[in-house]
Ligand binder design. Structure first.
Ligand code: HEC
Length: 114
Protein backbone atom coordinates (compact mmCIF):
# COMPACT_ATOMS: atom_id res chain seq x y z
CA UNK A 1 0.00 0.00 0.00
CA UNK A 2 2.26 2.80 -1.11
CA UNK A 3 -0.10 4.92 -3.17
CA UNK A 4 0.11 8.62 -2.63
CA UNK A 5 -3.17 9.98 -1.51
CA UNK A 6 -4.66 12.20 -4.23
CA UNK A 7 -6.33 14.71 -1.88
CA UNK A 8 -2.93 15.83 -0.68
CA UNK A 9 -2.03 16.95 -4.15
CA UNK A 10 -5.29 18.87 -4.46
CA UNK A 11 -4.68 20.67 -1.17
CA UNK A 12 -1.14 21.56 -2.14
CA UNK A 13 -2.27 22.95 -5.47
CA UNK A 14 -5.00 25.03 -3.83
CA UNK A 15 -2.53 26.44 -1.30
CA UNK A 16 -0.08 27.35 -4.04
CA UNK A 17 -2.83 29.11 -5.95
CA UNK A 18 -3.77 31.12 -2.87
CA UNK A 19 -0.19 32.16 -2.24
CA UNK A 20 0.13 33.14 -5.87
CA UNK A 21 -2.98 35.29 -5.69
CA UNK A 22 -1.82 36.94 -2.48
CA UNK A 23 1.55 37.93 -3.85
CA UNK A 24 -0.13 39.24 -6.97
CA UNK A 25 -2.47 41.37 -4.87
CA UNK A 26 0.42 42.72 -2.81
CA UNK A 27 1.78 44.15 -6.02
CA UNK A 28 5.28 45.10 -6.98
CA UNK A 29 5.56 48.84 -7.56
CA UNK A 30 7.47 49.31 -10.77
CA UNK A 31 8.48 52.92 -10.18
CA UNK A 32 12.18 53.61 -10.47
CA UNK A 33 14.11 55.89 -8.12
CA UNK A 34 11.54 56.74 -5.46
CA UNK A 35 12.10 59.99 -3.55
CA UNK A 36 14.51 59.50 -0.63
CA UNK A 37 12.71 58.99 2.68
CA UNK A 38 12.74 61.71 5.33
CA UNK A 39 10.51 64.07 7.32
CA UNK A 40 10.57 66.45 4.35
CA UNK A 41 9.15 63.75 2.09
CA UNK A 42 6.19 63.19 4.42
CA UNK A 43 5.41 66.90 4.35
CA UNK A 44 5.71 67.14 0.58
CA UNK A 45 3.41 64.15 0.18
CA UNK A 46 0.89 65.63 2.62
CA UNK A 47 0.93 69.30 1.63
CA UNK A 48 2.24 69.62 -1.91
CA UNK A 49 -0.04 67.28 -3.82
CA UNK A 50 -3.31 69.27 -3.77
CA UNK A 51 -2.87 71.59 -6.68
CA UNK A 52 -0.47 69.51 -8.74
CA UNK A 53 1.05 66.07 -8.32
CA UNK A 54 4.10 65.60 -6.12
CA UNK A 55 5.75 64.29 -9.28
CA UNK A 56 5.82 67.86 -10.49
CA UNK A 57 7.75 68.77 -7.36
CA UNK A 58 10.30 65.98 -7.75
CA UNK A 59 10.71 66.56 -11.48
CA UNK A 60 11.44 70.27 -11.08
CA UNK A 61 15.05 71.17 -11.71
CA UNK A 62 15.82 74.00 -9.28
CA UNK A 63 18.93 75.28 -7.58
CA UNK A 64 19.42 75.44 -3.82
CA UNK A 65 18.65 79.18 -4.04
CA UNK A 66 15.45 78.66 -6.00
CA UNK A 67 13.86 75.96 -3.82
CA UNK A 68 13.17 78.10 -0.75
CA UNK A 69 11.68 80.81 -2.99
CA UNK A 70 9.43 78.24 -4.67
CA UNK A 71 8.29 76.78 -1.37
CA UNK A 72 7.52 80.32 -0.17
CA UNK A 73 5.55 81.06 -3.32
CA UNK A 74 3.57 77.82 -2.82
CA UNK A 75 2.75 78.94 0.70
CA UNK A 76 1.62 82.27 -0.74
CA UNK A 77 -0.64 80.28 -3.06
CA UNK A 78 -2.11 78.31 -0.16
CA UNK A 79 0.21 75.44 0.75
CA UNK A 80 -0.17 74.83 4.47
CA UNK A 81 3.23 74.73 6.14
CA UNK A 82 4.24 76.17 9.49
CA UNK A 83 7.58 78.03 9.53
CA UNK A 84 9.12 74.92 11.06
CA UNK A 85 7.66 72.65 8.37
CA UNK A 86 8.69 75.10 5.69
CA UNK A 87 12.28 74.78 6.81
CA UNK A 88 12.05 70.99 6.81
CA UNK A 89 10.70 70.99 3.27
CA UNK A 90 13.35 73.48 2.13
CA UNK A 91 16.12 71.38 3.61
CA UNK A 92 14.76 68.22 2.05
CA UNK A 93 14.34 69.67 -1.44
CA UNK A 94 17.70 71.41 -1.35
CA UNK A 95 19.46 68.28 -0.10
CA UNK A 96 17.94 65.92 -2.67
CA UNK A 97 16.63 68.00 -5.58
CA UNK A 98 18.89 71.01 -5.97
CA UNK A 99 20.60 70.99 -9.35
CA UNK A 100 23.71 72.63 -7.90
CA UNK A 101 24.07 70.10 -5.07
CA UNK A 102 25.33 66.52 -4.87
CA UNK A 103 23.25 65.23 -7.78
CA UNK A 104 24.82 67.65 -10.25
CA UNK A 105 28.31 67.50 -8.76
CA UNK A 106 30.71 70.31 -7.83
CA UNK A 107 32.04 70.68 -11.37
CA UNK A 108 28.61 71.40 -12.82
CA UNK A 109 28.42 75.18 -12.51
CA UNK A 110 31.64 76.48 -10.99
CA UNK A 111 29.83 77.27 -7.75
CA UNK A 112 32.66 76.00 -5.55
CA UNK A 113 32.57 76.94 -1.86
CA UNK A 114 35.89 78.77 -1.83
C1 HEC B 1 -2.51 76.03 -3.37
C2 HEC B 1 -2.06 75.22 -4.48
C3 HEC B 1 -0.62 74.72 -4.44
C4 HEC B 1 -0.01 74.02 -3.44
C5 HEC B 1 -0.62 73.55 -2.12
C6 HEC B 1 1.34 73.79 -3.88
N1 HEC B 1 1.52 74.30 -5.13
FE1 HEC B 1 3.20 74.15 -6.26
N2 HEC B 1 2.25 75.07 -7.81
C7 HEC B 1 0.98 75.59 -7.75
C8 HEC B 1 0.66 76.19 -9.03
C9 HEC B 1 -0.65 76.87 -9.40
C10 HEC B 1 1.81 75.99 -9.85
C11 HEC B 1 1.98 76.40 -11.33
C12 HEC B 1 2.21 77.88 -11.47
C13 HEC B 1 3.64 78.23 -11.55
O1 HEC B 1 4.46 77.43 -12.05
O2 HEC B 1 4.00 79.33 -11.11
C14 HEC B 1 2.78 75.29 -9.05
C15 HEC B 1 4.03 74.91 -9.51
C16 HEC B 1 4.98 74.31 -8.72
C17 HEC B 1 6.33 73.99 -9.17
C18 HEC B 1 6.91 74.26 -10.55
C19 HEC B 1 7.38 75.69 -10.54
C20 HEC B 1 8.33 76.03 -11.64
O3 HEC B 1 8.74 77.20 -11.68
O4 HEC B 1 8.70 75.15 -12.43
C21 HEC B 1 6.98 73.44 -8.12
C22 HEC B 1 8.41 72.95 -8.08
C23 HEC B 1 6.04 73.40 -7.01
N3 HEC B 1 4.85 73.93 -7.41
C24 HEC B 1 6.35 72.92 -5.77
C25 HEC B 1 5.46 72.88 -4.71
C26 HEC B 1 5.81 72.43 -3.38
C27 HEC B 1 7.20 71.98 -2.93
C28 HEC B 1 4.67 72.48 -2.63
C29 HEC B 1 4.52 72.13 -1.15
C30 HEC B 1 5.29 72.96 -0.26
C31 HEC B 1 3.61 72.96 -3.50
N4 HEC B 1 4.14 73.21 -4.74
C32 HEC B 1 2.29 73.14 -3.12
C33 HEC B 1 0.11 75.52 -6.69
C34 HEC B 1 0.35 74.89 -5.49
Amino acid sequence: MSRTRPYRLVLTTAAAAMIGAASLAAGMPQQAAPPPAGPGLDLVNERCGFCHTTNQVFAARKTSAEWPAIVQSMIDRGAELSPEEQKTVNDYLVAHYATDKAAAGPAASGAAAH
